[in-house]
Design a protein around this ligand. Structure first.
Ligand code: GLU
Length: 493
């Protein structure tokens, strides 16, 4: 019997997402339950959006949760490299193979031509898709143009009629019409593969036997299955996991719910409780108990117990479960965990330089610095009354700062200062005009230790969370304002 091998294949393009941890957990449990292996592969073919920092954050966040992998870019293994950006030659070889066998073809169409085709299709209410223009170029002619260095992508051929039957561990057989499937680009003009080619080639070469991935990928399953067929490879067994949802049932999004694992770490959740909660997403123990460890989950794991009704990721439910975990810790462990969270020398050393000059006794530290050890704050709306700005402008300024901070790549005091400065200037104001809003939002007080330093120390997750909280307290942002302010945002340097 072949060994079960599963994987998680995140793209390192932002904060480490709870959805990644959720899918990783189920892949891990499935592999362990069968005595198999769990692999981590980094899908960084999007060179513009992928960063090494984000990759590192994924490792840190998963490890913090207690998720370990047997093979991966950082631990090595016999099927490496495990980072797609280092496998360029492999994809090229397989793309060439598909073209040679007539399953794929070079496409020389310009962006203008593709736009025109799309516009025409939209006008006649057809599904926009590639019209097959370059598929009809004779292979020798196409090869000549490629050899001459003409810019091109490689597209896969797909059937024009009939249905593709996708086998899913949870849904059984799902039929998807080929008329809904485009001639997918496999290799981009820059010579890098798209997700589809790289994913199939890697899952095959890495010996992946079962793929548990989010259901947002189900509509594109036919493309992957066709590629396996073209290569003559056996496709892995597929399982499309239900997506995590906000309490209002919409797809989990950071506008409504913090989605970064680092947020939950900063808020003071216990990793075991967090992992336990992710295990409750669409799945339950045979005896329905709410609190269980990773080992217990593995021991009782059964993928068919995953239910398809969209699991709701609810902060209140998670907090309740975390409370159960905290209360059941031996008190020594509790004290240790608190220390590990934020009462360790590293964190205290960040805060010390900002409080030392402001206290006469140690006992004054806690009232001054409580916000460094808090999650959300109890805010007083009157602190946001501004000498120059109307209540609307106050909300506008804070929302613009929040949006800009959400996009800030390098979290540093200088970067944060530049953001606030740019927003102030866009409103005809000075940096110091906006500081009276930042103080209460971030520290809960009208004045405190340097708020710019505080934002740097608190980090992106808590800073954004508190700004969002303050904006909500002041009445939130209406749909109309949202539209208007997004336009202003686009104009800010
Ligand atoms: N890189 C894809 C993602 O970020 C992987 C999807 C899959 O598991 O195939 O979600």
């Amino acid at each position: 019997m072949t060994t079960v091998r599963t994987r998680i294949a995140p793209s390192p393009t932002g904060d480490p997402h709870v959805g990644t941890a959720y899918i990783a957990l189920f892949n891990l449990c499935f592999a362990r339950q069968h005595g198999g292996q769990f692999i981590l592969r980094i899908e960084d073919t999007d060179q513009v959006r992928s960063t090494r920092e984000s990759e590192q954050q994924i490792y840190d966040a998963l490890r913090w949760l207690g998720i370990e992998w047997d093979e991966g870019p950082d631990v090595g293994g016999p099927h490496g490299p495990y980072r797609q950006s280092e496998r360029g030659a492999i994809y090229k070889q397989y793309s060439d193979e598909l073209v040679a066998k007539g399953h794929a073809f070079p496409c020389f169409c310009s962006a203008e031509r593709l736009d025109a085709v799309r516009a025409e299709q939209m006008a006649s209410k057809e599904t926009p898709r590639y019209d097959g223009h370059c598929m009809h170029i004779a292979p020798e002619e196409a090869q000549r143009r490629v050899a001459a260095g003409e810019s091109h992508v490689v597209r896969m051929k797909v059937p024009s009629e009939g249905v593709c039957v996708v086998k899913d561990m949870l849904r059984g057989e799902v039929e998807i019409g080929w008329d809904r499937i485009d001639m997918q680009v496999l290799m981009k003009a820059d010579g890098l593969p798209t997700y589809f080619l790289a994913n199939v080639v890697d899952d095959h070469l890495m010996g992946i036997t079962h793929v548990l991935r989010g259901e947002e990928w189900l509509p594109s399953a036919p493309k992957l299955l066709k590629l396996y067929e073209y290569f003559g490879w056996e496709a892995p067994v597929n399982c499309y996991m239900p997506l995590l949802r906000n309490p209002d049932k919409s797809k989990l999004s950071k506008r409504k719910n913090p989605t970064s694992i680092t947020f939950y770490q900063r808020m003071g959740f216990l990793p075991q409780a967090m992992l336990n909660y992710l295990g409750r997403m669409g799945w339950s123990m045979p005896d329905e108990r709410e609190k269980f460890t990773l080992d217990e989950m593995i021991a009782h794991f059964d993928i068919t117990r995953v239910s398809l009704g969209g699991p709701i990721f609810d902060l209140e439910k998670l907090s309740w479960l975390n409370g159960q975990w905290l209360r059941e810790l031996p008190v020594e462990r509790f004290a240790e965990e608190v220390q590990k969270w934020a009462f360790h020398p590293d964190y205290l050393m960040k805060i010390a330089p900002h409080v030392q000059g402001r206290v006469e006794t140690f006992s004054q530290i806690a009232p001054l610095a409580a916000f460094f050890f808090s999650g959300g704050l109890n805010l007083d709306a009157s602190l946001f009354e501004h000498k120059k700005l109307s209540p609307e402008q106050v909300r506008q300024a804070m929302q613009l700062v929040l949006w800009k901070l959400e996009a800030l790549r390098q979290w540093s005091k200088d970067g944060i200062t530049a953001v606030i400065q740019a927003v102030a200037e866009s409103m005809g104001l000075k940096l110091r005009d906006l500081m009276p809003l930042m103080f209460p939002a971030i520290t809960g007080q009208a004045s405190s230790v340097s708020v710019l330093d505080a934002m740097e120390i608190l980090g992106p997750d808590l800073t954004r969370f508190r700004l969002r909280q303050a904006i909500e307290l002041l009445g939130g942002v209406s749909k109309k304002e949202n539209k208007e302010w997004e336009k202003l945002l686009a104009a800010i340097a």
